[in-house]
Design a protein around this ligand. Structure first.
Ligand code: UD1
Length: 422
């Protein structure tokens, strides 16, 4: 499982390259099921969620080969539409196979991905939208069984712009009969990437990047090669780590145009941030100001995936901050470990009130989910003394090698993997 050992308390200084996007690559991998042939995806991150999705694709008959950050998927022969429980439960985003398998094979059976530590994560919006496209769902205990005679385009209004539901509807609609209008769609950059990928493969999609999409079904998609964009959440992680330690960091291969809300926030805290095409430089020596109030939101709002990390930064800012979580109902798991490090935070429903302190102190910590784990790393970098973070496998779900990247920025961080004693 492994643990991270961090000696904190000094500014991060240096430069680092940003890996490919997890949330960009995962839906592209599921979308390859729609293509009866080979898809080549470059710049896929080397993370465990991607490996888990590759295993899931293999289990339904795809031939998947990985060569460094390039993944080739041959989905010519899909032999099974029953997604095995072990692979589905390894990762919430297996739900993203619903639309593609319905599009390709007209049926899918998978166990419910279930809730997770940040909230209940139901699939009602996915199901409601797909029902309108002539899909039937049968409940079998913890299994989703969905089938259709024929997917039919529909006029769908999402009650909330769910990222996953938007992606599932798009993937179901590209091979459906007739056209689909999707209103109140999510507008995350990862959805734009998915649409561009499908369009390259021959899909007809209008309104890309907006909250209203029109998809006209086509008979078949063609083979395609695509490069996954850089990961805006990983880039955000390292900017926030720079802010917490008052460092100076250059990010290469970053997507600044997708990160306006964070860059704006860091500037209001006092950081100097310079952004170009694909690089971001932050001088966070003066990034000491509290944030009187910020609420997470759907894109282009402040990303929920950076919320826990922001708490670590505000824990050492001057003054009082309030952070409200509007997307997931239970995403404050880092409050207790931060308190043990000396931070002053209190929760009131979906809000956290933070009174900045001058210093945090190192502690024995345990990651219990991906982004919360990254938040503990940031807190440990800012804290005096040594911290040990157990539960690295959660961090591995989304970061290729967080210790390697942070060492590029001068951090004193090492990873120790468990040694099995016979
Ligand atoms: C995606 C991202 C995740 C990010 C999230 C919000 C991927 C692989 N994951 O997750 O990193 O944190 O967007 O930006 O891209 N909801 C329902 N019913 C549904 C679907 C969602 O109530 O059927 C609720 C969820 O419980 C949650 C909110 O809607 O409270 C947002 O979920 P959604 O946008 O669907 O997130 P994901 O696609 O799961």
């Amino acid at each position: 499982m492994g643990s991270l050992h961090i000696n904190g308390g000094k500014p991060l200084v240096g430069e680092v390259s940003i890996q490919g996007s997890k949330n960009g690559a995962l839906p592209l991998l599921t979308a390859t099921v729609l293509i009866q042939g080979k898809t080549v995806l470059h710049n896929c991150p080397g993370i465990t969620d991607i490996n888990a999705m590759a295993e899931l694709l293999k289990s339904i008959g795809c031939i998947v080969t990985m060569d460094k950050n390039t993944i080739t998927i041959d989905a010519t022969h899909i032999c099974d539409t029953h997604c095995p429980q072990k692979q589905v439960q390894a990762m919430r985003s297996s739900i993203m196979l619903l639309g593609p398998l319905l599009g390709r094979c007209k049926s899918v059976r998978m166990s419910r991905p279930g809730g997770c530590v940040i909230g209940a994560r139901p699939t009602d919006i996915h199901e409601m939208a797909l029902r309108q496209m002539n899909v039937r769902f049968e409940e079998e205990e913890d299994t989703i069984f969905a089938y259709t005679d024929s997917l039919i385009g529909a006029d769908i209004l999402l009650p909330f712009p769910s990222v996953g539901a938007t992606e599932n509807v798009i993937m179901a609609a590209v091979l459906a009969q007739g056209s689909t209008r999707l209103r109140n769609a999510a507008r995350e950059p990862e959805i734009v990437l998915l649409c561009e990928f499908l369009r390259k493969a021959g899909a007809r999609i209008r309104g890309i990047g907006g909250s209203e999409l029109e998809i006209e079904g086509v008979k078949k998609l063609r083979e395609v090669t695509m490069t996954v964009m850089p990961d805006r959440i990983v880039a955000g992680t390292y900017l926030l780590a720079a802010a917490a330690t008052r460092g100076q960091v250059l990010l290469k291969h970053a997507p600044p145009h997708q990160m306006h809300s964070l860059i704006h926030l860091l500037r209001t805290m006092g950081a100097e941030v310079f952004a170009d095409d694909d690089m971001i430089y932050i001088d966070a020596e003066e990034a000491t100001g509290a944030v009187s109030y910020i609420k997470t939101g759907v894109y282009p709002g402040f990303p929920t995936d950076l919320q826990s990390m922001l708490l670590s930064v505000l824990a050492v800012a001057y003054g009082e901050s309030v952070v409200e979580e509007a997307i997931f109902e239970d995403r404050f798991k880092v409050v207790e470990p931060l308190q043990r490090m000396g931070a002053q935070l209190s929760t009131e429903g979906r809000k956290v009130r933070i009174s900045g302190v001058a210093k945090l102190r190192g502690a024995q910590l345990r990651a219990c989910e991906l982004r919360g784990g990254a938040a503990l790393v940031i807190a440990a970098l800012a804290a005096d003394g040594e911290s040990v973070i157990e539960g690295c496998h959660f961090i591995d779900r989304g970061y290729e090698n967080i210790a390697r990247d942070l060492r590029c920025l001068g951090a004193d961080i090492s990873r120790r993997d468990d040694v099995r004693i016979r």
